[in-house]
Write a protein that binds this ligand. Structure first.
Ligand SMILES: [Zn+2]
Length: 356
């Protein structure tokens, strides 16, 4: 990463000078009525030189925890606090956000399959291109905040291509205890940015349509730790008590229901399941017929269904296989109390969090 010796202006279409903090709205498209579709952006350009960190949220419009993280970041840092620049794109998918849905409401396009985008293409790719050109491509590092899709929840973790040392450094600095390794999907912001030489990590945190304060606090601590790692702020890197890189290359599966019925989660209290253990049951309304869903292999439940009804083919949980060594390590963490307070039944993975 090339860090200049002198502080530099941040240029998009406009220019934010060193020592300046600017909140702006950046036009990325138009409505049917010809009104501008504008993305809210905060740029905090430090007094002193340093790297540029890009934080993005709500590429999926109903994933709100990251939006709150961005609001807090934009309020927390001033140019006098920072070496380098923090670029915060509070809401990438504005039409989806306004409709409180994952995809662009027009033709259900997925903005997280549309990066780096194109100037002359479909709506999602044009919008992605506008955000990419003005902000993402001007940065050195990226953090992209997500949650599970609606009716599910996800364990707090990061996704990162740790085969790339620059990405691994960023993921470790962010400090989530579980890093799922692997390249991003084609067209994802993480994948496109990393390919373009901008190490980027996806942060997965909890549920759509909610603010979950403890997860938000954890993510803010993660950003602070990243800023410390790259010497953008004073302070130290906040290493988690434990962390594991999970390589899901061998075994990773969304377990799906084979019949319709009422789902009752049985796993827990920890998100580690051994091969053959019961994850959930599916019963009919007369309680005559119970179908047991077992873990096909030992692994970590990183995502689970919340809406307790299922159809054949409906995803029940996302299980990532663990090798024997990692399983033993995580069991040791469980014994040492690191997982205490994690609740069962798929609602909460973060200790002490209220249930709602
Ligand atoms: Zn998402």
């Amino acid at each position: 990463m090339d860090v200049p010796e002198e502080p530099r202006a941040f240029r998009y279409d406009g220019e934010v000078e060193p020592g300046e903090k600017r909140h702006l709205r950046y036009e990325v498209s138009e409505t049917y009525l010809g009104d501008p579709v504008e993305v809210p952006v905060t740029i905090i350009n430090g007094d002193e030189p340093g790297p540029r960190l890009c934080c993005t949220a709500a590429i999926h419009g109903d994933e709100l925890n990251g939006v709150k993280v961005c609001q807090e970041l934009a309020a927390r840092y001033e140019p006098g606090d920072v070496r380098g620049t923090i670029v915060i794109v509070h809401v990438v998918n504005v039409p989806g956000y306004q409709a409180q849905q994952r995809y662009l409401p027009i033709y259900d396009q997925d903005m997280n399959r549309s990066f780096p985008g194109k100037a002359k293409s479909n709506t999602a790719e044009r919008m992605a291109y506008a955000v990419w050109e003005a902000f993402v491509s001007k940065c050195d590092l990226g953090l992209d905040f997500h949650t599970s899709t609606r009716n599910r929840t996800t364990m707090y973790h990061t996704r990162a291509d740790v085969s790339n040392p620059a990405v691994e450094r960023l993921a470790r600095a962010f400090g989530a205890s579980v890093i799922l390794s692997g390249g991003g999907d084609e067209g994802s912001l993480r994948g496109a940015a990393t390919v373009a030489g901008i190490p980027t990590v996806t942060v997965e945190m909890g549920k759509a349509h909610r603010f979950q304060p403890l997860l938000i606090q954890k993510a803010l601590d993660g950003v602070e730790s990243v800023l410390a790692e790259y010497d953008m702020v004073d302070g130290s890197v906040d290493w988690p008590g434990w962390w594991r890189i999970v390589d899901p290359a061998d075994q990773k599966a969304w377990l799906r229901a084979d019949r319709g019925g009422l789902v009752e989660m049985q796993w827990g209290p920890y998100p580690l399941v051994r091969a053959g253990e019961t994850i959930c049951t599916i019963t009919d309304h007369f309680s005559r017929d119970e179908h047991v869903v077992e873990a096909p292999f030992t692994g970590l439940l990183v995502g689970v269904l919340e809406n307790p009804v299922a159809l054949p083919g409906h995803p029940l949980c996302h299980l990532v296989g663990l090798n024997e060594e990692t399983t033993d390590e995580i069991e040791a963490e469980i014994r040492s109390g690191e997982f205490d307070g994690y609740r069962a039944n798929g609602t909460v993975w973060h200790r002490g969090e209220e249930q709602h």
